[in-house]
Structures are given as C-alpha cells and as structure tokens.
Design a protein around this ligand. Structure first.
Ligand SMILES: Cc1cc2nc3c(=O)[nH]c(=O)nc-3n(C[C@H](O)[C@H](O)[C@H](O)COP(=O)(O)O)c2cc1C
Length: 198
C-alpha cells in the first residue's frame, strides 16, 4: 500500500493544511503500519508551469515526441505514475484567491492524460484513474458553505478528480481561519474528529 501526501501551502509552520495533511497521514500510517509513505512538497520542490515542451510531453504519444519532449517526458510522466501507484492520496489544498495555489494547479496539470486517466467515447468522458482514496485537506480564511461567495478551490479539485474517475473523495476542512485563534481551534477540533472517522 502506498500513501502519497501532497502539500502546497506557502504558510510554512503556520499552515493549517500542513497540520491537516500531517494528522491525516498519521491516521493512515497508524492504521497501515506496512504502508509506504511518499511526500511531495510542491513549495519546496515546485513543478514548473506547463509550457510548450511539457504539454507535448504530457499530452501526445511518446512515439511522436520531438527531441525536447522526449527528454522532458520521464520526469513529467513520473508525477502521474506516482499518483497512479498510490492507494491513498492526501492533498493539502489551501484557498488562495478563491482557487488553489498555482503550485497545486501545476501538479493537477500532470494528471489529465487522455488514454491514461480519462477517455472520450460516445457516452462522453470516462474516468480511468479510480481505485484509490483521496482526502482533500482544505483551509480557507472565510466561510463558503453558506453559498454567498463562489469558490474555485474544493470544487476545482472535485471536478478534476471526478473527471479522471476518482469517486472516493473525502474533504477535511477548516473554514474561518481569518476569524482568529478561537475559530481556528474550533475548526481544527472538528476536523480532527472527522479524521478519526476516516
Ligand atoms: C495568498 C493568499 C490568498 C488567500 N486568499 C483567500 C481567499 O481568496 N479566500 C479566503 O477565504 N481565504 C484566503 N486566504 C486565507 C487562507 O485560505 C487561509 O489562511 C488558509 O489557512 C490557508 O491555508 P494554509 O494555512 O495551509 O496556507 C488566502 C491566504 C493567502 C496566503
């Protein structure tokens, strides 16, 4: 069994999502002592934005790659293969400016590969990357469940994961981080109860 932990917060030690990904990781490693834990810190080791070469490497068949795309392909494909090799994927996903950090978007950009994680047929898009559990560790300054503000953070991740066929997704969330220490403490306590139920 492989557990993959992804972090994308730029808030260092103060990060709420990093505290959540740590607690979720501890939960799964305690329940599965033989599991392999793999960590990808997208802030310490960012993936570049996709460009002309990496787009060709990711999205076109290897047999037609230019020399530059062929050189880029192994590292690009390794990001996807690490995801596909994981039974549990824990995604630290802070809300930054109503969306996810661009570091996390760059990781997502490696996952959408026709013929590998999805395909189109007469029935529309079909996801091919199911069979794993994903836990989203979400933190947000405000409150979004009351529907007064649009968010493109959890909804973006859920759309992408659903598109590639991942249907076992749980979100552990701390909202109202901007309201101060009492709100954070209450949010963390509620999140830890949810983690225990995973
Ligand atoms: C660059 C940046 C942008 C942010 N944008 C938003 C936002 O649009 N909406 C919101 O509710 N909170 C926003 N916040 C607050 C964060 O969502 C909150 O601090 C959360 O704890 C971030 O997770 P982290 O602590 O793991 O980094 C922003 C914070 C940062 C650093």
């Amino acid at each position: 069994m492989q557990i993959l932990r992804i972090d994308s917060s730029t808030n260092g030690e103060q990060s709420i999502t990093r505290q959540l990904t740590q607690a979720i990781t501890d939960h799964f490693t305690a329940a599965n002592p033989g599991a392999t834990l793999v960590k990808r810190d997208l802030v310490a080791n960012p993936l570049a934005h996709i460009d002309t070469v990496t787009t060709e490497a990711i999205r076109t068949p290897p047999e037609s790659h230019s020399e530059a795309a062929a050189a880029a392909y192994p590292a690009e494909r390794a990001v996807l293969d690490q995801f596909l090799a994981s039974d549990v994927v824990i995604i630290g996903a802070p809300m930054y400016n109503f969306s996810i950090p661009s570091q996390l978007k760059s990781w997502l950009d490696r996952l959408g590969v026709a013929g590998v994680t999805f395909k189109y047929s007469e029935n529309g898009p079909e996801g091919l990357a199911g069979g794993r559990k994903v836990v989203i560790a979400s933190a947000r300054g405000g409150e979004y469940e009351n529907g007064t503000m649009t968010e493109n953070q959890e909804s973006l991740l859920l759309t992408m994961l659903g598109f590639i066929g991942v249907d076992d997704v749980t979100t552990i969330r701390v909202d109202k981080v901007g309201y101060g220490p009492d709100a954070i403490a209450a949010g963390m306590a509620a999140a830890k109860e949810k983690i225990d139920e995973l």
